[in-house]
Unconditional design. Structure first.
Lengths: 115, 116
């Protein structure tokens, strides 16, 4: 069964500094990996995904993530954080080999960007 | 607004009552999903439809829960004999199938259930 771990409940970073939100995963086959963001009183919004190909994927709002197969990680990064990036971030994984559509989410990491 | 729409946004009910939530997906999306989210947790998969066919259902899902998508458009999620543990945010999402089946999910804003 697939699973996702987000080891940090909260990440604090100053505006203008780089940010990293960590995610590790476990699947029996090849992973499809996703990052979603949730703003207060808003639905989950898709940020980016890794399916195959280049290990560095770029997404919305200047975010990017790096797929590392040997470390089974998919950390979310941004070179320069904005206060408006403050939100709840979820990593999710699907097992590409099963044919099932079930997406398994982590518990989320709250990002707080201070001015 | 052409996003995923969920109704009602909030529902307060007494234990033992039945509740029904409705989801209207993005019109061209043939896949529809239901998830449940409790405080401090990520969304938990409940069930998945492709068109009108319910293809996946969580083994953890109680038989008090039932979902339908009769015409392959909107979907309903019914919870019978509600319990306090059913209190959560119920999320609906839709996507469009592609050759690689890797379409991202588009989520609605959710329906919050409180069982007293």
């Amino acid at each position: 069964a697939q699973s996702v771990a987000q080891p940090e409940d909260q990440v604090n970073v100053a505006e203008g500094n780089p940010l990293t939100v960590k995610c590790t995963y476990s699947v029996s086959g090849n992973p499809y990996l996703f990052w979603y963001v949730q703003y207060p009183n808003r639905g989950l919004q898709f940020l980016l995904k890794y399916i195959t190909g280049d290990n560095l994927v770029k997404g919305s709002y200047g975010f990017e993530a790096e797929f590392n197969k040997s470390q089974t990680s998919f950390h979310l990064k941004k070179p320069s954080a904005l206060v408006s990036d403050s939100a709840l971030y979820f990593c999710a994984v699907r097992d590409a080999g099963t044919g099932f559509q079930k997406l398994v989410f982590g518990t989320g990491t709250r990002l707080l960007v201070s001015p | 607004d052409t996003g995923v729409s969920q109704n009602p946004r909030h529902k307060i009910t007494k234990r033992g009552q039945n509740v029904t939530f409705r989801c209207d997906p993005i019109s061209e999306h043939n896949r529809l999903y239901w998830y449940r989210q409790t405080l401090g947790q990520g969304p938990e998969f409940l069930t998945y439809f492709q068109n009108e066919a319910q293809l996946e259902k969580s083994r953890l899902l109680s038989d008090r829960f039932s979902a339908e998508r009769p015409k392959g458009s909107f979907s309903t999620l019914e919870i019978q004999r509600t319990e306090q543990g059913d209190s959560a945010m119920y999320l609906c999402a839709s996507s469009i199938s592609s050759g690689m089946n890797t379409g991202e999910l588009f989520f609605g804003e959710g329906s919050r259930l409180t069982v007293l």
